[in-house]
Design a binder for this molecule. Structure first.
Ligand SMILES: *Cc1c(COP(=O)(O)O)cnc(C)c1O
Length: 227
């Protein structure tokens, strides 16, 4: 079932890339494996997919210990400062940096293990109270400057979650906002290449609007029992 789902998803992504005039190779598909057991995750890895996403720090640590070979782990959930220690060894990219305090802790822990940590800033592009991330532009630029000045942080882009809605234009608005913010930041001296946006319900719009990292769970694994 998972192999079929992935095949179908891959076809949809390729088709959308073609329609949008983009190359498939510009986009990384991250399989969001949260709540999925190891046996299921192995089926995904066996298809050649290397990028996996988790939203809980200890869960990422535990899974990384078992599946140590050849996985690019993406930490996509809200990260508390005291849990950075669980993800710092394994995370290829931390998608959810949203405060100087967190950036400082990641830099410190990365320094300790001699690693330069790739990070994204999480931006709140909708009004939903449940969503994390920064929305104030001044604050965003301040945090970005802080990251740029940190020896062991490598700021490579921005991440967002679109509002939970069927309204395609509202979703698009979120993604356009993220893309424009990235352009604005690059115009003032940053060098951001990544836009982490697009989940099961909105990845096609995200591709149209320039996503370089899709975070997809349900379309691959089916509905999650819990979260
Ligand atoms: C769970 C999750 C996803 C994947 O969502 P699906 O709708 O299952 O594709 C993507 N991003 C984040 C931050 C998540 O927590």
């Amino acid at each position: 079932m998972i192999v079929d789902n992935l095949k179908r998803l891959e076809e949809q992504i390729s088709k959308k890339c073609e329609l949008a005039g983009r190359r498939r190779t510009e986009i990384t598909l991250i399989a969001v494996t949260k709540t999925q057991p190891i046996e299921i995750i192995k089926q995904v890895i066996d298809t050649g997919l290397k990028d996996l996403g988790e939203n809980k720090a200890q869960e990422l640590r535990d899974k990384a210990e078992i599946l140590h070979d050849n996985v690019n782990w993406h930490f996509i959930g809200h990260l508390q400062t005291n849990k950075v220690k669980y993800v710092i060894k394994s995370a290829k990219v931390i998608h959810s940096v949203d405060s100087i305090k967190l950036a400082e802790e990641i830099n410190k822990k990365a320094l300790q293990i001699g690693k330069k940590q790739d990070i994204l800033l999480e931006i709140k592009t909708s009004n939903e109270a449940t969503k994390h991330g920064l929305s104030d532009e001044e604050e965003i630029f301040k945090l970005a400057e802080y990251c740029k000045d940190s020896s062991n942080l490598n700021l490579i882009g921005l991440m967002t979650m679109a509002p939970f809605t069927d309204d395609a234009e509202l979703i698009r608005k979120s993604f356009v906002q993220l893309r424009k913010l990235k352009e604005k930041m690059n115009n003032s001296g940053f060098n951001l290449t990544e836009l982490s946006m697009g989940m099961t319900n909105d990845f096609e719009i995200a591709i149209e609007e320039g996503s370089t990292m899709l975070r997809i769970g349900t379309a691959i694994f089916g509905q999650r029992k819990n979260n």
